[in-house]
Design a binder for this molecule. Structure first.
Ligand code: HEM
Length: 236
């Protein structure tokens, strides 16, 4: 097999092309998470604000479905290519390398780059990623596919549904753990994306790492504030 053909993944993508797509879809997903968080934070402005926002989204009609299908395609591309790259790297490098730490794409840091440079966030990218996938499936069932209609009512009282959901400690705990996984994933993912796109150089690396940490912290605080505020009775 020639080296160029061995570099190709299912679907004919090269490794570099697949990594680029993982990076670009990762950036799109981060933008979605930020927009979704800003929308959800309207819960602190009261029931009317959050319900009006949710109603506006629903009244987008077919456009909402275009956005949903686009988001699903981005999400599946990100996960599918990451899994394909991880599998390919593990089988290409053999069992001993498979024990060393890896980043989101399954790249191992044993040689040259320095074993100790893999942070725990980078080492667990595939695990945090799969846990986020499990959370998103749970979250969609919980709030969108099979919402609590006794709270939601016929008027679409999303505020009451969220308050009722997070008043149950187990449900709030699931969301809290998921937001910590998401923060870890975004912290490493943001700088990993920029590395793939060639924007992370030795001189920009420290600043990019700090910006990734800041971004992950802001998203974690924003998302965690909602279940925590409900659990502690700040909003009801
Ligand atoms: C504490 C954090 C979060 C809260 C309070 C929250 C709240 C909600 C609510 C209320 C809905 C239903 C909206 C409606 O029926 O109008 C929703 C939908 C959704 N959420 Fe979240 N969410 C959170 C975190 C996340 C995260 C971290 C992700 C992704 C990584 C996510 C992805 C989605 C998606 C994909 C939908 C479906 C949107 C649609 O209807 O097409 N959410 N969320």
């Amino acid at each position: 097999m020639s080296s160029s053909s061995s570099n190709r993944l299912p679907g004919g993508l090269t490794t570099v092309g697949a990594k680029m797509l993982v990076a670009l879809t990762g950036i799109a997903l981060i933008l979605f998470v930020i927009a979704h968080m800003l929308g959800n934070l309207q819960i602190f402005l009261g029931a009317e604000s959050l319900n009006e926002y949710a109603h506006k989204l629903k009244s987008m009609g077919p456009l909402l479905w275009v956005a949903r299908i686009g988001l699903l395609a981005v999400f599946l591309t990100h996960i599918g290519l990451t899994l394909a790259l991880t599998k390919r790297n593990a089988s290409a490098r053999g069992p001993s390398a498979a024990e060393s730490p890896s980043n989101a794409l399954g790249e191992r840091y044993r040689d040259g780059y320095g074993y100790q440079t893999a942070t725990s966030a980078s080492r667990y990218m595939i695990h945090t990623g799969l846990l986020i996938l499990a959370f998103v499936i749970y979250h969609l069932v919980h709030f969108t596919i099979a919402p609590d209609t006794t709270a939601l009512g016929t008027e679409g009282n999303v505020y009451a549904m969220v308050i009722k959901g997070f008043s149950q400690p187990l449900i709030a705990a699931i969301y809290i753990v998921a937001q910590l996984m998401l923060a870890s994933h975004i912290y490493h993912g943001a700088s990993s994306c920029l590395q793939t796109l060639g924007l992370r150089t030795p001189s920009t690396k420290p600043a990019i790492s700090k910006a990734g940490l800041l971004l992950a912290t802001v998203i974690a605080i924003g998302n965690l504030s909602i279940p925590l505020a409900v659990l502690t009775g700040q909003i009801s």
